[in-house]
Design a protein around this ligand. Structure first.
Ligand SMILES: [Zn+2]
Length: 295
């Protein structure tokens, strides 16, 4: 077991702590399969909401919050039965709007893992207005259950009534519906091609600017992020934030980044060159390599 979870285990029922400890391997980044959740339920005697809430200390341990020292953990529940943890992330030296919230972290985690639909989110503090708006972008927003400590499970519509969402801008699809923007890029570099694949799967229905980031570490590990746009624009989640958050969830230091690649559409109405460079520069000396894909 990774020692970073030692404190979290002391905050959980003994039977659950004992059952989950072997799953918290050195590179555990918050994914529990349906089979693992079933084992945890059998061994702990906890089910559904009780089990999810009891697991939150582990999700909160994935937090990187050097500014607030306020550790938020969230668990996204996939229709597949798998669970994806997320946690907040803050970048010292950068404006606060570059932060990632725990719910965004868990949702982007599930999205990158190929989860087609979410049925619930469990979080250790009440979702902020920004996250209520971000969750409204989900394809299954009307079927999403929010679970909080000391509160009955409630639909997202309870927390954000009269929501403004994709349908108000004429969109049929939502975040987590599959995308293939079919952009192409003449370049054999595997890291660039990986970023291109993620850009083609990104979600940018309003700006029409598909984009993605691929980060490579000293050990050869690759972390990616896809741009996730929002009908209210400002809660959109940039690809760089998702990629950095993947590293933070795994507990890897940002100074292990050796390459950073941005691929974005050559026809977009917006661009991530400046914002992604800014966010990267706060955590790494590595320059951002920029590639424009043909839409
Ligand atoms: Zn939030």
């Amino acid at each position: 077991m990774s020692t970073r979870f030692a404190d979290a285990l002391t905050q959980m029922p003994d039977a659950l702590a004992e059952a989950v400890a072997p799953m918290l391997t050195e590179h555990f980044a918050g994914h529990l399969s349906a089979e693992q959740l079933k084992q945890l339920s059998e061994k702990s005697g906890l089910e559904g909401s009780e089990l999810y809430l009891a697991l939150l200390p582990i999700a909160a341990t994935l937090s990187y919050a050097p500014i607030s020292n306020f550790f938020v953990g969230a668990i996204a529940h996939g229709a597949s039965g798998d669970a994806y943890m997320g946690a907040n992330m803050e970048l010292v030296g950068e404006a606060l709007f570059h932060s990632v919230h725990a719910e965004q972290s868990a949702i982007s985690h599930a999205w990158l893992a190929g989860e087609p639909k979410l049925v619930g989110i469990t979080v250790n503090y009440s979702p902020c207005g920004h996250c209520r708006q971000f969750m409204t972008e989900l394809n299954n927003n009307e079927g999403l259950t929010i679970r909080l400590p000391q509160q009955p499970p409630q639909p997202l519509t309870h927390y954000l009534p009269y929501a403004f969402g994709p349908k108000d801008l004429g969109m049929e699809d939502g975040l987590l519906d599959g995308n293939d923007h079919e952009m192409v890029l003449e370049n054999d570099d595997p890291l660039v091609q990986r970023a291109l694949r993620e850009a083609n799967a990104s979600y940018a229905p309003y700006s029409k600017t598909p984009a993605a980031i691929a980060l490579e570490t000293d050990s050869g590990r690759v972390f990616v992020g896809r741009y996730a746009e929002n009908a209210a624009f400002n809660p959109s989640l940039p690809a760089m934030q998702i990629a950095l958050n993947g590293m933070a969830r795994m507990g890897l230091p940002f100074d292990s980044i050796r390459r950073a690649v941005l691929v974005e559409s050559d026809r977009g109405q917006i661009s991530f060159v400046h914002s992604a460079s800014d966010a990267l520069a706060t955590v790494s000396q590595v320059p951002l390599e920029v590639f424009k894909a043909q839409a």
